[in-house]
Design a protein around this ligand. Structure first.
Ligand SMILES: [Zn+2]
Length: 254
């Protein structure tokens, strides 16, 4: 039995401690050692999300070195890990982010390992969608991402500006590839991963923060309204008591 470990579900985002009923791991030795990998096996690992509203299955297969121990073979060093479920590293994004932006982000994540260049292009497209939607670029100012970025330049911190610029220029490598087939600039998976990470930062810094701010302001407004109506109620009550006292007073006199 494996010792409990901390884990974050990629489907629902919840962090939790995983214990054995929600976890399974099995090693199967491959009965040939004639490939250039030598003694190998596969390690199948499965986690069922304990959040009952989610209950998604996280599944991966690892190609492992097989290590001989007295009477059995056990899993050694990982040579490669193949995540099967979920299909990518995409983090769940809230539904108040437009569906087209979430779809571009998820696709950039999905093709990241197999085609970093296509992933970078998709991250760039996602960036343009975010800039247009979040900053409300008017129709007559839309077109070229560079011009759209200049339109909002004053609004951005130098840090954000540099980060966005990186996504744009690396994404351009993929997007304009067809124009000159002799120019071959490759995008590594690690670089594409950085771009996806920047998209995640923008989604969180802009959309999530704005949503939180709106919610906070709404709660404050409700609180102010509640206090005001409580004050009004108290005033009416005290006026009513005052009127009653007045009546009592007049009764006492008579
Ligand atoms: Zn979950």
């Amino acid at each position: 039995m494996k010792t409990p470990f901390n884990w974050q579900c990629a489907f629902c985002g919840q962090t939790t401690t995983i214990t054995s009923p929600n976890f399974d791991e099995q090693f199967h030795r491959i009965e040939t050692s004639l490939s250039n990998h030598g003694d190998i096996g596969v390690l199948v690992a499965a986690i069922a999300c304990p959040n009952t509203e989610c209950a998604e299955l996280t599944l991966s297969v690892g190609l492992m070195k097989a290590v001989r121990q007295p009477g059995l073979w056990v899993s050694g060093q990982a040579l490669r890990v193949f995540p099967l479920l979920p299909r990518s590293r995409a983090k769940p994004q809230p539904s108040y982010i437009p569906a087209s932006i979430r779809a571009d982000y998820e696709e950039a994540c999905l093709i990241l390992r197999d085609s970093p260049k296509a992933s970078a292009t998709m991250a760039r497209r996602c960036l343009q969608g975010i800039v247009r939607d979040f900053w409300g670029i008017p129709q007559n100012r839309r077109g070229n991402l560079g011009a759209e970025l200049n339109y909002i330049r004053e609004e951005l911190t130098p840090d954000t500006w540099d980060a966005i610029h990186a996504v744009r220029s690396v994404g351009d490598i993929g997007a304009h590839m067809e124009k000159d087939v002799n120019v071959v600039v490759d995008v590594e998976a690690e670089e594409a991963e950085l771009l996806v990470g920047l998209i995640e930062t923008l989604l969180s810094d802009w959309y999530v923060e704005r949503h939180k701010r709106t919610e906070r302001n709404r709660a404050l407004k409700e609180l102010a309204e509640r206090k005001l109506s409580q004050k009004r109620e108290a005033k009416t009550k005290s006026a009513a008591i005052g009127a009653n006292d007045g009546q009592k007073g007049s009764q006492d006199i008579s």
